[in-house]
Design a protein around this ligand. Structure first.
Ligand code: NAD
Length: 317
């Protein structure tokens, strides 16, 4: 018997008909969760529904003795219906994995506005709308979770600016929802997965593609995500794939002060501004501001102390 079990829990996995989402759904169901398997069945670029992969995954789960329901709504305009389907079928929501995603490329100035909008709607709006619809129900459950799907494209990725913009927005969303979710028992994390799926099967470099196919099975990401939703870790971003996982942080250098409020003084301070010695990793906007205030003498430190940096929540360290 597996020791990490989810008996009595209900999970919604969006985009769970294929790739990573399918593995999350299969693994959670195999460990006792009842799963709402959402997938609208569209093309890799988000084009119109072509098939019914959610139904296939539900059949697979049932054949293995698990419990699941299929849902074919799109996360773009069907968030309320998706959460409603989980409530109708199972009466509660404990885990939301925002996974539905599409791919697309193009030189920044030439990406058609409709493609840009579809990327934002699928990844960012889809995640926001699903999280908003599920939030009041997650609040009712003990130790609930949201997992958002970011991407290492957040570090910067040429020829897919719409994708990297949507995926990096997920980081601010995750960190803020983790702070707001702390008081109501909702843990919120994001992953930057690497897995061989139909999205990465489009990579033109055949050597890299073959290596991914051999070593980056989606199940290797699923094992990490299923562990993550068994913990109380919150507010974190993880790079996960190929059997490795690592925390990803927003980091800030110690910084430098200009001798005067002139551009010339900043020119003189350039190396200090660019330096990353004494790197800091603030957990919130308040902590970041307090770092600045604490460097401004006793008066600034007094204001920082008044703000009570970090008191608002207990982050996972
Ligand atoms: N595979 C990787 O290496 C990788 C890397 C970084 C990020 N990601 C992210 O992980 C997630 C899963 O990707 P994957 O590689 O498994 O892709 P995939 O294409 O195999 O699966 C994504 C699924 O999402 C569904 N989907 C798309 N738009 C939807 C919508 N509006 N509503 C409901 N379902 C929708 C698709 O039909 C598809 O079945 C995506 O968010 C992707 O951006 C993947």
């Amino acid at each position: 018997m597996d020791s990490l079990r989810f008996d009595g829990k209900v999970a919604i996995v969006t985009g769970a008909g294929r790739g990573l989402g399918r593995e999350y759904a299969l693994m959670l169901a195999a460990r006792g969760a009842r799963v709402l398997v959402n997938d609208f069945g569209g093309g890799p670029d988000g084009s119109a529904a072509q098939d019914t992969p959610a139904d296939d995954v539900v059949r697979e789960i049932a054949a293995a003795g698990g419990e699941a329901r299929a849902d074919r709504n799109s996360v773009i305009d069907g968030a309320g219906a998706i959460v409603g389907a989980a409530l109708d079928a199972f009466g509660q929501v404990d885990i939301l994995i925002n996974n539905a995603g599409i791919a697309g490329g193009g030189w920044f100035p030439e990406i058609p506005p409709a493609d840009w909008q579809r990327m934002m709607d699928t990844h960012l709006e889809g995640t926001v709308r699903m999280s908003r619809a599920a939030w009041p129900h997650l609040m009712k459950r003990e130790g609930s979770h949201i997992v958002n799907s970011s991407s290492s494209a957040s570090f910067g990725a040429p020829f897919t600016s719409h994708y990297s913009t949507a995926k990096s927005a997920m980081i601010g969303l995750t960190r803020t929802l983790a702070i707001e979710g702390h008081g109501v028992g909702i843990a919120v994390n994001a992953i930057m997965p690497s897995a061989y799926t139909r999205l990465t099967a489009q990579i033109p470099d055949t050597v890299l593609r073959d290596f991914l196919a051999d070593h980056f099975a989606p199940v290797r990401v699923a094992a990490f995500v299923v562990w993550l939703v068994s913990t109380r870790i919150s507010g974190q971003v993880f790079s996960v794939g190929g059997g490795r996982a690592a925390r990803v942080m927003l980091a800030e250098g110690e910084g430098a002060k200009a001798a005067a409020d002139t551009p010339e003084a900043w020119a003189a301070a350039e190396s200090g501004v660019m330096g990353m010695e004494g790197v800091r990793m603030a957990r919130s906007m308040v902590e970041e501001l307090c770092d600045t205030l604490n460097g401004m003498g006793p008066e600034g430190a007094a204001v920082a102390a008044r703000m009570g940096a970090g008191d608002a929540w207990e982050p996972s360290r």
